[in-house]
Design a protein around this ligand. Structure first.
Ligand SMILES: [Zn+2]
Length: 103
């Protein structure tokens, strides 16, 4: 049985430590030599920093999935509620009209 470890959001200052404004969001892995670099600015990155960034992005993605699931559940409930209302209106329109004044 596998264990899933929750990632917590980490703040890193790697972009600033390289002296440029690049956030190094796109990493390149060099299989030969096992190095990690930024594909945007070419800066060499510490593997731990790259892993931290990936963990942060992973955590954000998971929380976004959870948020979207909640929105989907609310939307489904609202659609069901509106469908019931429309059905009730449709039933009222189709029902034979009763004349209250008829004797
Ligand atoms: Zn970069």
């Amino acid at each position: 049985m596998s264990t899933i470890l929750p990632f917590t959001r980490l703040s890193t200052n790697d972009a600033r430590s390289h002296g440029n404004d690049c956030a190094h969001r796109h990493i390149r892995l060099a299989k030969h030599g096992g190095t990690v670099s930024c594909s945007d600015c070419g800066a060499a990155l510490a593997p731990f920093s790259a892993l931290s960034m990936l963990a942060e992005q992973y955590g954000l993605a998971l929380s976004q999935i959870e948020h979207l699931k909640n929105r989907l559940a609310l939307a489904d409930a609202r659609i069901l509620e509106l469908s019931k209302t429309l059905d009730a209106i449709d039933n009222l329109k189709r029902a034979p009209k009763q004349r209250s004044t008829e004797t």
